[in-house]
Design a binder for this molecule. Structure first.
Ligand code: NAD
Ligand code: DAU
Length: 354
């Protein structure tokens, strides 16, 4: 079996679903169920013996040792993290605890488990660490996209904590020989995305008749990838990635935030027109910029294509249409994540705009 951490979150849950659609190899899913973890993401696996869920913290060494000894996974894929940049600005502590200390404890537990494995299992074992393009910092409009060799220059508490975890993973390979792989991916979007992130927030707010908040001038650029393409890339790196290597994953879809929001509005205008006949774009509201806001991310994904033959299957047009349709078809999922805690966060982040 494989051990997945953070498998109740956005990408982790999509990964578990994608994995079990194509494999019968069981998944042990360890997730703390923070505000971002949602077991309803995995409702379709109820009663499926291939999925074992354990609520727990990647920083809990005793729990990790027990789970590893009991289930003997052949691989660990580490998705668990605090993942929202704006939250890291308001309160960096949790990001250090989970992303840095948690990854350290996970690495140590895995190292002890792996060291004691019989030779053939030891050789086949893999630790795959899921990271982000944000560790590379920001690009000017003319700079080439981030390659794996780009300097690491994180600018937010979130990206600094992810960069720290990437360094730990690298060091555990160089020093202890732990068979690691690291992936650094661009912005994901798709079903099950928590509506504090730009695309789901805009869909949910638009339908609720609320403002669509754009930070600063809205000309910041992100490189968008449909989440299931990311999941397939991770599975491919796990299968054939070279030990100790970093693989950048991206969609070759650089887009300014304002254009993303206008695209979502146009799709909603087509699929669920406003009752007054006006466009959802009328709800766009420019708000104060994010402190230290990175201007542009772009991923050079040629290495994973060249070495492992991975390319995204979705274009932005097909992926964003599927995404908007999914949110329109799952109002109960949206209602469920809009708990009291969610509303408190929205009030803190957006204040009077809401
Ligand atoms: P998410 O916030 O939706 O989910 C994170 C999951 O981790 C949640 O289920 C949460 O309960 C769990 N978790 C948090 N702290 C934990 C802990 N201490 N122990 C166990 N579980 C814990 O995040 P996501 O968007 O799915 O991102 C998953 C991973 O991918 C993260 O490592 C993130 O840095 C990385 N990443 C995300 C994106 C993106 O666009 N969302 C892009 C590139 C990389
Ligand atoms: O690049 C990969 C990263 O993408 C991941 O590592 C992070 O976990 C993930 O959260 C995401 O980070 P971003 O900060 O890019 O995503 P977010 O959806 O928060 O914001 C996308 C862009 O939209 C960013 O430039 C900020 C802007 N934005 C965001 C929100 C929530 C707005 O203009 N208004 C908003 O209300």
């Amino acid at each position: 079996m494989i051990l997945v951490t953070g498998g109740a979150g956005f990408i982790g849950a999509n990964f578990v679903l994608e994995w079990l659609e194509h494999n019968d190899e069981p998944v042990l899913n360890l997730d703390k169920l923070t505000y971002a973890g949602n077991l309803h993401n995995l409702d379709s696996l109820q009663g499926d013996a291939r999925h074992i869920f354990v609520r727990g913290d990647i920083g809990d060494r005793a729990l990790l040792e027990r789970l590893l000894a009991e289930h003997q996974p052949r691989a660990v894929i580490n998705f668990a993290a605090e993942s929202h940049v704006d939250r890291s600005i308001h309160g960096p502590e949790d990001f250090i605890q989970t992303n840095v200390v948690g990854t350290f404890r996970l690495l140590e537990a895995v190292r002890h488990y792996w060291s004691a494995l019989p030779a053939t299992q030891k050789e086949a074992f893999r630790f795959l660490h899921v990271s982000t393009d944000e560790v590379y910092g920001t690009l000017t409009p003319d700079e080439p996209a981030f390659a794996e060799t780009h300097r690491v220059e994180p600018n937010s508490p979130y990206s600094a904590s992810k960069a720290a975890s990437d360094h730990l993973v690298r060091a555990w390979h160089h020093t202890y020989g732990l068979p690691v792989l690291t992936t650094n991916c661009s912005n994901n979007y798709g079903p099950l995305h928590f509506p504090e992130k730009l695309i789901p927030l805009v869909i949910v707010n638009a339908l609720a008749g609320k403002p669509l908040p754009i930070y600063g001038d809205g000309r910041q650029i992100r490189d968008w990838l449909y989440v299931r393409d990311h999941c397939r890339a991770i599975a491919r790196v796990l299968q054939a990635g070279r030990l100790g290597e970093v693989y950048n994953i991206g969609g070759w879809n650089e887009k300014a935030n304002i254009d993303i929001v206008k695209t979502v509005c146009a799709l909603l205008d087509e699929l669920r027109p406003r009752s007054d006949g006006k466009s959802y774009a009328e709800q766009i509201t420019f708000v104060q910029d994010r402190p230290g806001h990175d201007r542009r991310y772009a991923i050079d994904a040629r290495k994973i294509e060249r070495e492992l033959g991975w390319k995204p299957a979705e274009t932005f047009d097909t992926g964003i249409r599927k995404t908007v349709q999914w949110y329109l078809e799952h109002p109960e999922w949206v209602a469920n994540v809009q708990s009291g805690a969610y509303r408190d966060w929205v009030a803190k982040q957006y204040g009077a705009v809401q």
